[in-house]
Design a protein around this ligand. Structure first.
Ligand SMILES: [Zn+2]
Length: 254
């Protein structure tokens, strides 16, 4: 166990807490800075010891100190997941810029996951700022050529998703893909490029399929957010790109 990994895990817990705040507040058009963290129910302002990721939740037994409203168990869960994904990024890529790129992607995906599941929203700000940060990191990692190549992938995969939406909307006479899914796919295309980006669309659809079928049996309103499935697909393909490249080669008969 590396000390950097432990550090990244702990940093991830705090970032996870911050991502919860970003996803919840920006989705509701609230400021991320003011007011300070408070209970959603009684507006009780949280003291520093109520803001420690995971531990505060355990220590408060999952309830607001003042009004005893239950706090969502998803807060500590997303904090822990963020911690793990930060640490795993380092385990995967070591002491390289790639690790920072991976952490940036994890951050974008965690916020997207929360906002899409809770509010059916994928935030413009997160995608836009994410692309800028990734472009800067890509410049340091692969030079201006790398940046240009990434943006070609970005617009290609974004374009493919837009085409799927146009055809899907016409065919099903309802919104097939949300604009958020297209925005998220800009990130995917940027980091995965054209070939792996195409695979990302397939894999995302494949993971979503059983959930889509299950929810259409359950009730008639078949709205399930696609973003979380696309997020999983993106991260898995990005982390295991050599494996997916070899699958592509087999599929294409190269
Ligand atoms: Zn309260």
């Amino acid at each position: 166990m590396d000390v950097i990994m432990v550090y990244l895990f702990i940093a991830g817990l705090f970032f996870g807490s911050f991502f919860n705040c970003i996803a919840n507040r920006l989705s509701k058009n609230e400021s991320i800075i003011r007011p300070g963290s408070h209970c959603e129910n009684c507006k009780h302002e949280l003291a520093w010891y109520e803001l420690i990721p995971v531990f505060s939740y355990l220590f408060l037994k999952g309830k607001c100190k003042k009004c005893h409203t239950k706090l969502s168990v998803w807060y500590p869960i997303t904090e822990i997941i963020t911690g793990f994904l930060f640490a795993l990024s380092y385990l995967k890529f070591g002491f390289t810029i790639e690790t920072i790129i991976s952490i940036t992607i994890v951050s974008i995906l965690i916020i997207t996951f929360i906002s899409d599941i809770t509010y059916y929203i994928i935030l413009d700000e997160v995608i836009f700022i994410g692309l800028i940060i990734m472009a800067i990191l890509m410049y340091f990692n692969a030079g201006i050529e790398g940046v240009i190549k990434s943006f070609i992938g970005c617009f290609f995969i974004g374009g493919v998703m837009m085409l799927i939406k146009l055809i899907g909307d016409k065919a099903f006479k309802t919104e097939s893909l949300g604009w958020g899914d297209i925005k998220l796919s800009l990130i995917a295309g940027f980091i995965l490029g054209i070939r792996l980006g195409t695979l990302y669309i397939f894999l995302g659809s494949l993971i979503a399929l059983p959930f889509g079928i299950a929810s259409s049996f359950k009730n008639k309103s078949r709205i399930i957010p696609f973003g979380p499935f696309l997020s999983v697909s993106l991260l898995v393909i990005y982390w295991f790109s050599p494996f997916f490249y070899s699958i592509l080669n087999i599929l294409l008969g190269v």
